[in-house]
Design a protein around this ligand. Structure first.
Ligand code: DQQ
Length: 500
């Protein structure tokens, strides 16, 4: 029943020649330790799976340029979640088939030793579930199912805004999946299916339906892309990426019970409200960790992205947990400590309500900063990064005590007219006497901030090469920096394997 078609052989990676690579290496905004392809466009992580002990990261990729189009599945493998080897593209659109116009997002499962993708094939206006399988150790060769699309149509009787993306799991020998969708005039949803063989699927019902007009507790729009449904500790999580009137917003989550295959939310939140993180996917690894990656979108114009030659990168891999208040917790994987190089430290620095305190000995645009603050009676406190010597560029990471929220303030992030200046906010309630624990990963145009289990990631594009300073500040009162560790982080190493 399997078509003899090897996706990887149909389109090799295009020649990203030495001149192109030199241009990438010289680009001051290109991240150095966040995963990204050698060039061109990438978006959602797909098909995350640990296979024969290695982590496989597939992702939406356009080999034809740094813009969304001709979507393939790129592929990389890692044994430590830090360094990655680029492998040949795993899926390419097959002419005159169900995925002729794109291989959109999906997931991977282990079906008794056969790695299986369930993904969305695009043909004209149709977006329908397709399947491909691989049995080789490195998951390089994929055979598409000859009956693609394996789900031939949307469920009858539902008037849908859109329908795509897949999260598949197995329970007691039966396969289940949710597909992202939106019910016209109602809201986003995730539609549940069941199968005994991963090929023939029966539609059951929506696991949850959102209300597109409700803004409380979290607005979830008219359609949910990339749903991901999984158990975490003793509850379940459903991730949904909010798509509304063709615009991508953020990824929301609900945490709660999943009884009788219907979701009963007890907590709602936004996974990472920094205006960049979108379409995440998770996987369970052999240490029992639920790992998550998301696509970090650019925050600059399409023209500038095209001129740059690359667009998009992955977030750092994060470990998920449930926090004591029932909200979704996120921490960077500890494996990333391997990138730490030159180390600076400070302790017990009093921060009066005064102009910011520059850390003269600490400079850089690829840093990890770990800081603990006693907020004292300050109204605002935090760290400024990518500061120019004369103060005309800086990005502030602020804890706003009165509003109980973490802020990334990009008002002065860049003098360039192309740099976005809006601010992002994440609710962050500190208990009486609790310290503010910041872990900031600065990677040129990425500011990925973990704070007391929460995460907010923004993109910044400073214009000045000397915007590499770091400052501490407190306003409206006095705070104390209890301790600070700063490391220069090494770039990740990429291997390249194009021939199998
Ligand atoms: N990206 C894919 C879709 C998905 C969207 C297309 C989310 O499958 O809905 O590249 O970013």
């Amino acid at each position: 029943m399997l078509e003899a078609h090897t996706a990887a052989e149909s389109t090799p990676y295009p020649q990203l020649d030495a001149a192109f690579q030199a241009r990438m290496a010289a680009d001051p905004h290109r991240p150095t330790y966040h995963f990204l392809p050698e060039g061109n466009w990438m978006n959602d992580p797909n098909g995350l799976i640990q296979w024969k002990g290695r982590y496989h990261l597939f992702y939406q990729y356009n080999p034809n340029g740094p813009f969304h189009g001709t979507i393939h599945w790129g592929h990389a493998v890692s044994s430590d979640l830090v360094d990655w080897t680029h492998l040949p593209m795993a899926l390419a659109p097959t002419p005159n088939s169900a995925d002729q116009d794109g291989c959109y997002s999906g997931c991977a499962v282990d079906n008794n030793g056969v790695a299986t993708f369930i993904y969305t094939g695009v043909r004209g206006t149709d977006q329908l579930a397709c399947s491909a399988t691989s049995t080789d150790d490195m998951l390089i060769n994929w055979q598409k199912h000859q009956n693609n699309p394996i789900i031939k149509a949307r469920p009858a009787g539902l008037d849908l805004v859109a329908y795509r993306d897949h999260s598949v799991w197995q329970e007691n020998g039966t396969w289940y999946q949710v597909i992202g969708a939106g019910i016209k005039g109602v809201g986003g949803t995730a539609l549940l299916y069941r199968s005994s063989d991963l090929v023939n699927w029966d539609y059951l019902h929506p696991v949850l339906i959102g209300d597109r007009s409700a803004t409380n507790p979290v607005w979830t729009g008219e359609m949910w892309e990339c749903p991901d449904l999984f158990p975490l500790e003793d509850i379940h999580i459903l991730l949904m990426s909010v798509w509304n009137e063709r615009r991508l917003h953020y990824t929301a989550y609900v945490a709660g019970d999943f009884a009788a295959y219907r979701f009963n939310p007890q907590q709602h939140g936004i996974v990472d409200p920094g205006g960049s993180f979108y379409a995440p996917q998770t996987m369970l690894d052999d240490q029992g960790r639920r790992l998550m990656w998301g696509w970090l979108r650019e925050n600059r114009s399409v023209e500038v992205q095209k001129a740059a030659g690359w667009s998009g990168c992955m977030s750092l891999p994060r470990v998920l947990s449930i926090l004591s208040d029932g909200r979704l917790g996120q921490e960077p994987v500890p494996e990333l400590r391997r990138l730490r190089r030159k180390h600076d430290t400070a302790a017990n620095v009093e921060l009066p309500a005064a102009p910011a305190t520059p850390l003269d000995h600490i400079r850089g645009d690829t840093l990890e900063i770990v800081a603990a603050f006693a907020p004292g009676d300050a109204a605002e406190l935090g760290i400024a990064v990518r500061c120019s010597p004369n103060g005309d560029e800086e990005t502030r990471i602020v804890y706003d005590r009165a509003a109980q929220r973490l802020v990334i303030d990009r008002t002065h992030a860049s003098l360039s007219p192309d740099g976005a200046t809006d601010m992002f906010f994440a609710p962050l309630v500190l208990a009486q006497g609790e310290t503010l624990q910041l872990q900031v990963f600065l990677d040129r145009s990425i500011v990925e901030v973990f704070a007391n289990g929460h995460c907010i990631t923004a993109r910044i594009y400073p214009s000045r090469s000397d915007s590499v300073g770091v400052k501490l500040f407190a306003h409206g009162g006095h705070a104390t920096l209890l301790h600070l560790d700063v490391w220069q982080l090494a770039p990740i190493e990429y291997g390249m394997q194009t021939v199998t």
